[in-house]
Write a protein that binds this ligand. Structure first.
Ligand code: NAP
Length: 334
């Protein structure tokens, strides 16, 4: 029997994380049959998702406080229930499960744990964001090679993998960011054309340098970037909606545009949305392949260097990411 441990819960729905959450004690629970206990070492920070939970606006969850937070975690197995095969105490494992990450320990069905070589922030980023990027590109965007692919928030937790995987597949990659520092990182990661949308007009770049249009436009920012992508799709172009960071917490804006079919029909182009919980069937295979690429040195995992230590730093980490200051994946050290 072990001591109680700490976890973050949403205590009230104020609409923003800092005033919604609290750290509480959770009683130690022994693992049941087929379950393991994991000592979490790092949690992945998904600022928009967390903030949406505190607004109760995640469509597939009804948040009734007290509500356990955090989705992505990596750590070591510290206890085994009965009938657990193939995993031993001390093994490093990662999990992607709502309510299991912003806490020091979690009890989880062994089938939900992915065994990994080490409990590092890089492996966590690959299992969480890297897998999403791979599934979205392969299954939703129908990624091929020799195409022109534009990626927004390309230096972010998710975008870094979208841009690297698109490049690796033999595509020309246009990477968008809002800072010169991140622009330099994107060049290092192999982007063919970096656009800092604060100092250059995205529309002008696309019109002047890419008159044939975009085969894949991978967008998680929304707003004007989405509009520019939609107006510059190539024949058979696919615009992927993978988030809308720029206005997720704002009232839905009515924009005076021609109806979307005028922009899509003559090009046989499409707008396709991706939400990772909708495609669990592809995750195990993608996790295996993404780790393989990483260990072969064909993929890098950028972790934002700003340290966020302990559950107390969760709100700081979320606010940092929501301010768009991160380069790479934001992680919380536990
Ligand atoms: N569809 C899915 O299944 C799925 C899975 C994971 C994440 N997501 C979504 O994908 C997006 C990226 O998630 P992430 O965790 O990897 O975040 P992230 O990209 O690491 O961070 C957000 C980035 O968005 C950019 N940005 C552009 N406009 C912004 C604005 N107005 N305010 C703040 N940031 C702005 C910033 O980068 P620049 O300065 O470089 O533009 C910022 O660093 C989010 O919308 C998230 O909800 C979707």
């Amino acid at each position: 029997m072990m001591q109680p441990y700490r976890k973050i819960v949403i205590q009230r729905l104020t609409g923003e994380i800092r005033s919604s959450i609290g750290i509480v004690e959770a009683p130690w629970r022994d693992p049941g049959p087929g379950q393991i206990v994991i000592r979490n070492r790092y949690a992945g920070v998904n600022g928009i998702f967390d903030q949406n939970l505190c607004r109760n606006t995640v469509r597939y969850v009804d948040v009734a406080p007290p509500f356990d937070m955090g989705v992505e975690a990596i750590g070591e197995v510290v206890a085994l229930g009965e009938r657990v095969d193939g995993i031993r105490i001390g093994d490093a494992v990662a999990t992607v499960k709502l309510g299991c990450a912003y806490r020091d320990y979690q009890v989880v069905d062994v089938g939900k744990a992915i065994r990994v070589r080490e409990a590092s922030p890089e492996i966590l980023a690959l299992i969480a964001s890297g897998v999403s990027a791979m599934v979205a590109l392969e299954r939703i965007a129908d990624m091929k090679s020799g195409e022109t692919v534009a990626v927004s928030a390309a230096a972010g937790g998710l975008g870094q993998f979208v841009m690297q995987l698109a490049k690796r597949a033999g595509n020309h990659v246009i990477a968008l960011t809002g800072s010169d520092h991140k622009a330099a990182l994107l060049r290092e990661l192999g982007a063919d054309r970096v656009v800092n949308y604060r100092s250059e007009s995205l529309r002008a770049v696309l019109a002047n340098e890419y008159p044939r249009g975009l085969d894949i436009a991978y967008d998680s920012v929304g707003g004007e970037i989405f509009d520019a992508f939609l107006d510059h799709l190539a024949m058979y172009g696919r615009l992927i909606v993978s988030g809308h960071t720029s206005d997720f917490d704002k009232p839905v804006e009515d924009v005076p545009h021609p109806r979307a079919y005028h922009k899509l029909y003559w090009k046989s182009a499409s707008i396709r949305a991706f939400q990772n919980p909708a495609f669990p069937q592809y995750f195990d295979d993608a996790a295996r392949r993404i780790l393989d690429l990483y260990y072969r040195g064909e993929l890098r995992a950028l972790i934002d260097p700003t340290p966020f230590d302990g559950l107390e730093a969760a709100a700081d980490a979320v606010e940092y990411q929501l301010a768009g200051r991160n380069a790479g994946k934001v992680v919380l050290k536990l």
